[in-house]
Design a protein around this ligand. Structure first.
Ligand SMILES: [Mn+2]
Length: 251
């Protein structure tokens, strides 16, 4: 029994190296697992299911093959691809999960989420998130012509990059207190998320763990759950390096 977790692949047709790295990962690594969980920001930008370009179509076909071959694939939306809808998830044969999902991972109650909602120190971002996640705004945006949606998305991305440059890493990181409260509220002892892009297994009090998945660029990052939990980095030839291991987490 093997379960894999990834996030923040940020697929973009202008970055074919990451696209190929991901396609290879699906074909040769993910296919050996029982389940694959993608915890958001699979795509760098998503402007609606009515605009499926060549790259996202290819990704959907490979994901669909994976499901046909027996690996169940689950998806939680990220802050970049929060507009992915039922049309695309159906096309790719991936199961869309709620933003916060609790699963049983080898007997441990585990909370899965993208991670942006944990960064509560960043008030400006949280307010922005709240605004754009309102249904009427999403529906309004999705009705705009494609070229306008691309323009707006690129503008938001550019503005956020500039604004993040002025924020300290503490502001952009997760709020520890919020994390512990959320784990208590959801009765979970493991939390797995992405978004902050720095892979790590954080040990929290009372044998609780927060696992952060890494972002993809020249290398990919995956959390493999078997008897141990292993955070792995791998290159395009799928040569892998173990970053961190949590041994016998079953006990
Ligand atoms: Mn993100």
């Amino acid at each position: 029994m093997k379960t894999l977790f990834i996030s923040d692949i940020h697929l973009n047709q202008n970055n074919p190296n990451v696209v190929n790295l991901f396609l290879n990962f699906l074909k040769y690594q993910a296919s050996t697992a029982n389940s694959l969980y993608i915890l958001g920001d699979l795509f760098d930008i998503w402007i609606g299911d009515d605009h499926i370009d060549e790259m996202s179509l290819k990704i959907s076909k490979t994901l669909k093959n994976l499901a046909i071959q027996g690996t169940s694939c689950y998806f939680i939306r990220g802050n970049r691809d929060f507009l992915i809808g039922k049309k695309y998830t159906k096309l790719a044969n991936i199961i869309l999960l709620p933003n916060e999902t609790v699963i049983n991972l080898n007997g441990k109650s585990t909370l899965l989420l993208h991670g942006d909602t944990l960064c509560t120190h960043d008030r400006k971002y949280q307010n922005f998130r709240k605004t754009i996640n309102q249904n009427w705004i999403k529906n309004f945006f999705l009705k705009l012509p494609v070229h306008l949606r691309i323009k707006i998305s690129n503008f938001i991305k550019k503005t956020s990059i500039i604004s993040n440059k002025n924020k300290t890493s503490k502001i952009m990181d997760v709020n520890q207190k919020y994390v512990l409260n959320l784990m208590q509220k959801t009765k979970t002892c493991i939390m797995i998320h992405g978004h902050t892009h720095i892979p790590m297994i954080h040990c929290l009090p009372k044998s609780h763990y927060r696992i952060v998945l890494g972002t993809w660029n020249n290398t990919g990052c995956v959390l493999e759950a078997k008897k141990n939990l292993t955070l792995i980095k791998f290159s395009k030839h799928l040569k892998s390096t173990t970053l961190y291991t949590l041994k016998n987490f079953k006990n």
